[in-house]
Design a protein around this ligand. Structure first.
Ligand SMILES: Nc1ncnc2c1ncn2[C@@H]1O[C@H](COP(=O)(O)OP(=O)(O)OP(=O)(O)O)[C@@H](O)[C@H]1O
Ligand SMILES: [Mg+2]
Length: 612
């Protein structure tokens, strides 16, 4: 469990990791969920099982053939039997090798397919989960679901099942064969079994716990890594590399310690088995030889017993080892299923229809919403934005502007009231048909690692270079190409990579524009552009806005002033609405905000002037 995140708010974090104890009680339920994933490959899987039977049988044949050769070939001086057993011995060896090859190949083939399918399924499911899920769950945790957890399953799926079947069968086979040969000697050979069973039981329980801990620790390492690397600017900006280093070292140490614990356990258990195996062998040698001397037991059977003893202890070791693989696989599977069983809260309803080409009337009626039910953010809010008009949302930070925008794009559903576009409740339409007609420029713009072209064409995959350039030109970002030697082919990445914050914002605008949306939602970051660029964006807005419905969360006076309607939000309620002139005339909150802005802008312009 994380060493961080304790404290009064930890009740918020009902983390899937907390459910470990629950899992321990019913691992088979989890396993059963895995079985249908083998269905598409059932013929190969069945062949693999058949081959396992062959491999086991050929493996068990050796000592029995030796017994026949010694007792009947040598003992009876029968060269025919000798030749036959040698031939059978060689044949069993060859068949074993060929079957073993195919069995290994096929089981790995099936295993890798199943893992590929599973990885794909988890990823696809994550794509279906609503934005709210991704805002809640740290990225690092989602990453470890798809990496370390799938890897943990690999050990089980690709050769764990094989090992289980082959070793299980071998173990049972040996017991049956030895009792068939001589039940008394078999009983003697198995005198160590209770000790073995007890030791194995203890090992199972303790190693299960230890392996579970390693899974948690590795997830922790991954999430520290992810958080630190993606927050590198802040980490370095505040000179917190030392802190990052020590957090990482702690997580890494904890992981190492967890691994060492499992190794210490294995270090006691496996040599312990060797010891018991030696004791078993000594018992057989002692009592067996005495009985051979008494003429009560054939030498061949004695040799077969010695041969089978290792086939008795090996599977136990292998199966115990497998048990830890199994345990970490189950812990991983639990978490993976946790993702898969998370139902998307915003799934399209079965009777959802495709939203036809929209005019762009946006209508909110009595909308109430909170990210958590007990903490409402928007209260009974009603607002109509007629098609083709521009509404500017203003209000202090935390007032709910971005939240309102997210509801219009249906990233969340309201808890009360309705959001409609062209009179249709958004809950009744497919998300794909809605999103294809709107473009959103989120407050935290994001560029994907790749070329500038790919980023611009994100919402319009088929746009030509000319269209992309004209979108860039329209937002006044074309001269940034001068600074980029490779033009549209220049590489950018999630945190800029050659672009300034303002330029990234322009790219986000151009991306939205290139998608030619009917409805544009622009959640603008405050002041990441200079006064001149601001003027240019302002100009670009004039190019973008006509003919579309736009919801602007803008911070530029000029944009706000020109909006058809200004909506002043305060603590999730609409305080004032109307045109700039109307609101100025009222002399309320907007008028006072405007006064502050004007003063601030004048000051900024004054500061900027000497450099201009
Ligand atoms: N993903 C989230 N999960 C939980 N609460 C959130 C989330 N996003 C925002 N909130 C809360 O909702 C309230 C409104 O946030 P919102 O982002 O809508 O404000 P805003 O008006 O856009 O502010 P800003 O001008 O700073 O962008 C805030 O109190 C915030 O704490
Ligand atoms: Mg916001």
């Amino acid at each position: 469990m994380s060493t961080r995140g304790h404290g009064p708010s930890s009740h918020l974090a009902a983390r899937p990791e907390d459910d470990m104890e629950r899992m321990e009680q019913r691992p088979t339920r989890k396993l059963r969920k895995l079985i249908p994933m083998f269905a598409p490959y059932k013929w190969r899987a069945l062949t693999t099982i058949l081959l396992m039977l062959v491999v086991t049988a050929t493996g068990l044949a050796g000592p029995a053939l030796a017994q026949v050769a010694i007792d009947h070939g040598i003992g009876d001086s029968n060269s025919g039997v000798l030749v036959l057993t040698v031939v059978l011995f060689v044949a069993a060896g060859l068949i074993g090798v060929v079957a073993g090859y195919w069995q290994t190949y096929l089981s790995a083939w099936v295993g890798e397919r199943v893992l590929l399918d599973l990885r794909t399924r988890v990823f696809n499911h994550m794509m279906r989960l609503e934005l709210g899920y991704h805002e809640r769950v740290p990225t690092g945790r989602s990453v470890s679901r798809l990496t370390s957890d799938i890897e943990a399953l690999e050990g089980l799926v690709s050769d764990g099942f094989t090992s289980l079947v082959v070793n299980g069968l071998t173990f049972v086979g040996v017991v049956v064969i030895l009792f068939a040969y001589d039940w008394q000697l078999a009983l003697l050979a198995f005198t160590v079994f209770p000790l073995l069973a007890a030791g194995t039981a203890v090992f199972r329980v303790t190693s299960a716990r230890a392996y579970r801990r390693t899974r948690e620790r590795v997830a922790e390492v991954l999430s520290v890594l992810q958080e630190t690397l993606s927050g590198m600017r802040v980490v370095q900006g505040f000179g917190r590399q030392d802190h990052a280093r020590s957090t990482f070292r702690e997580a890494n140490d904890a992981y190492r310690e967890a691994n060492m614990a499992t190794i210490r356990l294995s270090g006691v258990y496996f040599p312990g088995i060797e010891l018991l195996s030696g004791v078993g062998l000594a018992v057989i040698l002692w009592f067996g030889s005495n009985r051979v001397l008494d003429g009560d037991l054939s030498i061949g059977v004695m040799v077969a017993f010695i041969g089978y003893m290792s086939s008795f202890f090996d599977p136990i070791q292998q199966l115990s080892q497998l048990y830890s693989t199994f345990q970490s696989a189950m812990a991983a599977l639990e978490k993976i299923l946790g993702v898969l069983e998370t139902e998307p809260e915003l799934a399209d309803t079965p009777d959802a229809v495709a939203l036809p080409s929209i005019r762009g009337d946006v209508d909110l009626e009595g909308v109430s919403f909170g990210y958590r039910p007990d903490r409402p953010v928007l209260h009974d809010l009603s607002l109509t934005i007629p098609a083709g008009t521009t509404a500017a949302l203003v209000g202090s930070t935390g007032a709910g502007k971005s939240t309102l925008a997210k509801l219009i794009a249906r990233f969340y559903d309201p808890q009360g009231g309705v959001v409609r576009i062209d009179g249709t409740d958004l809950r009744a339409v497919t998300q794909a048909s809605l999103r294809s007609q709107l473009a959103i420029v989120p407050q935290e713009g994001h560029l994907f690692a790749g070329t500038l072209r790919e980023n611009l064409a994100f919402g319009a995959p088929h746009a030509t270079d000319e269209e992309l350039l004209s979108a860039l030109r329209a937002v006044g970002g074309d001269d940034m190409l001068d600074a980029l030697p490779d033009g549209l082919d220049s590489t950018v990445n999630e945190r800029g990579g050659g672009l300034s914050a303002g330029q990234r914002q322009l790219v986000s605008f151009a991306r939205a524009l290139a998608a030619q949306p009917r409805l544009l939602i622009l959640d603008e970051a405050t002041s990441s552009v200079d006064v001149q660029t601001e003027a240019r964006i302002e100009h670009a807005m004039q190019a973008i806005l006509p003919g579309r419905t736009a919801v602007l969360i803008a911070h530029r006076l000029s944009t706000i002033r020109r909006a058809d309607m200004i909506v002043v939000l305060d603590h999730g309620r609409i305080l004032e609405r109307g045109s700039h002139d109307e609101l100025m005339a009222v002399g309320g909150r907007y008028a006072s905000l405007y006064g502050d802005w004007e003063a601030a802008t004048a000051a900024a312009a004054g500061r900027a002037a000497p450099h201009a």
